[in-house]
Ligand binder design. Structure first.
Ligand code: HEC
Ligand code: HEC
Length: 198
């Protein structure tokens, strides 16, 4: 067999393997996640459930690992933590890839314009270095998970969890920034994030 043909065959075989691996990455127990997060990852109808559709895979994976390690403790819905505790790293990765590849689903909630404008300034000053826009080309590598267009109730729950010690901030710089905020600042930030429609 000419060397070139052999090489092409090898390439084709690798491509088939890659395609199989991709198909196999579709996680088995998606229906479990979908019962709260929805098949579209929007969590529609459940206020305390975060929107996870289209959040970069690396960030979803990091969040799930934080529940698994206990760095994040579930407050309103303990089943989420119980489920993730049973998953191995490959399963966590597969779920993260599945939801990460989905189309984003902005919460689209009403917001107060003045609060949102104030929140935007706070975000730029304290948070934008890590929490970039969802469509930023560096979003996957950014240190923080995208916050724009997340559901308001979930954002409140997350802020409360850091404050009340139910979540460890994974980076000390993030803890320093949160310590600068009072309740009015947090409310303004939430209105700003909710105002985002992409
Ligand atoms: C019983 C409802 C429920 C089920 C089932 C569930 N979740 Fe969750 N999920 C939640 C809630 C509520 C939170 C927020 C928990 C908290 O931080 O207090 C959450 C948080 C998350 C987060 C963090 C998102 C972020 O913005 O930080 C990810 C990722 C996630 N879930 C993925 C999954 C996957 C994958 C499955 C299936 C293996 C799953 N969940 C099953 C309710 C659920
Ligand atoms: C040095 C980088 C950094 C800075 C600055 C930072 N954060 Fe974060 N933030 C992170 C990381 C990393 C995570 C995810 C890990 C975790 O759970 O702690 C996170 C998580 C969050 C979450 C939880 C999101 C979710 O989906 O569960 C909220 C809310 C948040 N940050 C708000 C803020 C706000 C508001 C500011 C500015 C006042 C800020 N952060 C500044 C790095 C940062």
């Amino acid at each position: 067999m000419p060397a070139r043909t052999a090489m092409l065959l090898r390439l084709a075989a690798t491509a088939c393997l890659a395609a199989t691996a991709l198909a196999a990455a579709e996680p088995d127990n998606l229906a479990v996640c979908a019962s709260c997060h929805g098949e579209d990852g929007s969590g529609a109808g459940y206020e305390n459930v975060p929107i996870i559709a289209g959040t970069p895979t690396a960030h979803l994976e990091q969040a799930m690992q934080a529940y698994k390690s206990g760095a994040r403790r579930c407050v309103e819905e303990t089943l989420m933590c119980d489920i993730v505790a049973e998953l191995d790293n490959a399963e966590i990765r597969a779920f993260a890839e599945h939801y990460g590849a989905m189309q984003r689903r902005p919460s689209g909630e009403d917001f107060d314009l003045v609060l949102a404008l104030n929140g935007g300034q706070l975000h730029e000053a304290h948070c934008a270095q890590c929490h970039v826009f969802p469509e930023d080309e560096n979003v996957e590598a950014a240190r923080g998970i995208p916050l724009h267009a997340q559901r308001s109730h979930y954002l409140r729950l997350a802020f409360d969890a850091y404050r009340d010690g139910h979540r460890d901030t994974l980076l000390p710089e993030m803890a320093e920034k949160l310590a600068l905020l009072d309740a009015a600042d947090i409310e303004a930030l939430i209105h700003y994030y909710v105002s985002y429609r992409r």
